[in-house]
Ligand binder design. Structure first.
Ligand code: ZN
Length: 534
């Protein structure tokens, strides 16, 4: 059989090879202030890239390049690594992940809060086949595994069930997970005792994974929850991470001093515990999860409907909702709770519970807000934003050397709903507000929290730093102008000040324009075994 096209292909490939060889580099970024991600002071240097790899970092790199960029004294940094994202759906809707790229993010980690795709392998293959604009990695969710084995039952697993759950952790690790996430605040993770989590964490740890937890409680019992997260690392023999660390509710404000002390003490006795955080004084999650008691959510939607239909049970649930609006997530005032996304009535998006009550001619009291909250849960549920965190705690936690920056955001459809601005602003906001304005962090330290620190957490030896041999995930930004523009009132606004973003050697943002390139890769964890082709 003759293959004339083969000759054409070979000739074309040769022509390209000759053209490439005529240049010393594929990409050369000149005149940058290189902040290398390690926390070291910036230095003036050029950065040269060949293929997907940084090949030289030096004060003046001679030679030619297929593409040369003059950084003009701006900062050249490693691409940012976001350890906590909810990008599972959005990556397919907006594969460029523009909201993240415009902040300088080049790697997203999915599967947080105990919730991941399961089985993980086929999902990661799908992302790979899609070809995302940024790199994509995942943890495996404890809650997802628990639900697969026990449903939404509030009980401990029998030994055979626990063994099955351990097997699912092992399988996910082999399929590329970077570790185990827990969401002990959420149903069904909330039904798990610490021992169960430790038993699963051990499996992840043996395979080189980490544990990251949305803790059981971030309000009255936050310190107990920090201790539990530390215990999971200590007894599970693996690195453990307090994710989106915060103090919810006025009664808890200030306790970050104590939580950071617990982290420090644990580290001194050899427990590898670290923290991540988003730089805002409001959180966002499903309204039902935030305001209803976990027992009311046991079993899922239908049992909840039955409980709410029973006047006595409804009364007990209402009491808890009132208490949580008054003392926890609600920050004591229905004005502090805003609807982010509402499937059954889009006109509610962006409005606070107080707004909605007033529009109905009702006084915006905590009692009325609790009744309204149950109504929206019954009508299909909403996600909401809760203003109940103090700036003092945000700053104290961000200032810890063990804290990295992570958004807890998503890839929103541009203009859809009223999502938390963290999806658009997290990384730019840290550089604008906490480096430039408040001078809480040096530029180098802030960038370390976005690059080498999360890379080390994941065991990514070849990302998160600007040095020869590392993968060419790079960001050029202006530290004098970078800023987040997304606000709670107008969240759909991209960050400004990032001019160039490079993923695996390819430019995805060029002179502040998206190029359309999608060079992102699926990154697989330490125990990944590529399955044999069928
Ligand atoms: Zn969470």
């Amino acid at each position: 059989m003759t293959r004339p096209w083969l000759g054409v292909l070979v000739a074309t490939a040769l022509a390209f090879a000759v053209a490439a060889a005529a240049q010393d580099y594929d990409l050369l970024i000149r005149n940058g202030r290189v902040v290398d991600g390690t926390g070291a002071p910036w230095r003036r240097a050029d950065v040269a890239v060949r293929g997907d790899t940084i090949v030289a970092v030096a004060p003046r790199i001679p030679g030619s390049a297929r593409r040369a960029v003059d950084a003009g004294g701006r900062v050249v940094a490693p691409g940012f690594i976001d350890l906590h994202t909810h990008a599972r759906r959005g990556i397919f809707e907006v594969p460029s992940a523009e909201n993240y790229v415009r902040q300088g993010v080049t790697t997203l980690v999915e599967g947080p809060d105990g919730s991941s795709a399961l089985p993980l392998g086929p999902f990661l293959d799908k992302v790979e086949a899609l070809g995302p604009g940024v790199n994509f990695a995942s943890l495996v969710g404890h809650g997802s595994i628990r639900e697969a084995v026990l449903g939404r039952a509030n009980r401990a697993p029998a030994p055979a069930e626990l063994a099955r759950m351990q097997q699912l952790v092992r399988q996910a690790m082999r399929e590329g997970a970077f570790g185990l996430s827990t969401g002990l605040f959420y149903v069904p993770g909330s039904f798990a005792r610490t021992e169960e989590v430790i038993a699963l964490a051990r499996v992840a740890g043996e395979l080189g994974g980490i544990h990251a937890s949305h803790m059981r409680d971030e309000a009255a019992l936050v310190l107990e929850s920090v201790k539990e997260t530390i215990a999971i690392g200590e007894e599970g023999h693996l690195p453990t991470q307090i994710t989106h660390h915060k103090m919810i509710g006025r009664a808890t404000w200030g306790r970050s001093a104590e939580s950071l002390r617990l982290v420090q003490e644990a580290r001194e006795r050899g427990v590898d515990v670290t923290i991540d955080q988003y730089p805002y004084t409001a959180s966002s999650t499903a309204l039902a999860a935030a305001l209803l008691p976990a027992w009311a959510l046991e079993g899922g939607a239908e049992p909840l409907r039955l409980r709410l239909a029973d006047p006595a049970e409804r009364g007990r649930i209402l009491e808890v909702v009132e208490d949580k609006i008054r003392n926890e997530r609600g920050g004591g005032d229905p004005r502090n709770i805003a609807i982010a996304a509402c499937g059954f009535d889009r006109t509610l998006e962006g409005r606070t519970l107080a707004d909605i009550l007033q529009a109905r001619g009702l006084p915006p009291t905590v009692e009325n807000a609790a009744v309204l909250a149950l109504e929206v849960v019954e009508r299909g549920g909403v996600s909401a934003i809760f203003h109940a965190i103090s700036e003092e705690d945000v700053e104290r936690i961000l200032g810890s050397p063990y804290t990295m920056v992570a958004s807890d955001g998503e890839i929103p459809g541009f203009g859809q709903g009223a999502p938390h601005p963290r999806s658009y602003g997290t990384f730019a906001r840290v550089l604008a507000v906490y480096v430039r304005e408040k001078k809480l962090l040096t530029l180098e330290e802030a960038i370390r929290k976005m690059t080498s620190l999360p890379a080390a957490r994941l065991g990514l030896g070849d990302r998160g730093v600007v040095r020869p041999g590392a993968k060419a995930d790079l960001v050029v930004l202006d530290p004098g102008t970078i800023r987040d523009r997304a606000t709670f009132d107008k969240p759909h606004q991209y960050a400004e000040g990032v001019s160039l973003v490079v993923v695996n050697g390819e430019v995805v943002l060029d002179a502040e324009r998206m190029t359309g390139a999608r060079p992102g890769r699926v990154l697989r964890g330490p125990a990944f075994v590529r399955s044999k082709a069928p």
